[in-house]
Design a protein. Structure first.
Length: 129
């Protein structure tokens, strides 16, 4: 009978210990989740940085010069400076809106995609792969 009660009390003590441990873990997880809601997604941030660098390279004045150092004739004739200036202004305005917190990271990323699509569709700004 003594062995039965010792196992019973030991089991109850073990169950109490498990529930206390579980409460502590739930509190830690909730804290991490609460803190991670304010952090932008890492991969989306990297993707955005990559798109910005690609756009800057495409809008650079030397972007029409290819790997061999010569500008292609089609790229020279299709290069519209006003169009390029508008796209640079679009990028600057978009970046300013994101930096001021007027648009979210997801929306910023989508608008960068649209701007990249416009540039690659024109084919006039030397966007290489």
């Amino acid at each position: 009978m003594y062995i039965f009660f010792s196992f019973l009390f030991g089991g109850i003590a073990f169950m109490i210990w498990i529930t206390e441990f579980d409460k502590k873990q739930i509190k830690k997880v909730n804290t991490v989740l609460r803190e991670s809601k304010s952090v932008p997604p890492m991969f989306m941030l990297k993707s955005t940085e990559h798109k910005i660098s690609k756009l800057k390279a495409a809008l650079n004045t030397d972007a029409i010069i290819h790997n061999n150092g010569k500008a292609s004739i089609a790229a020279i004739y299709n290069n519209n400076e006003n169009n390029k200036q508008l796209k640079i202004q679009d990028l600057m305005l978009l970046s300013a809106k994101y930096n001021d917190g007027l648009i979210s990271l997801e929306e910023y990323n989508l608008k960068l995609d649209e701007l990249l699509a416009k540039i690659s569709r024109n084919g006039s700004l030397g966007l290489v792969g």
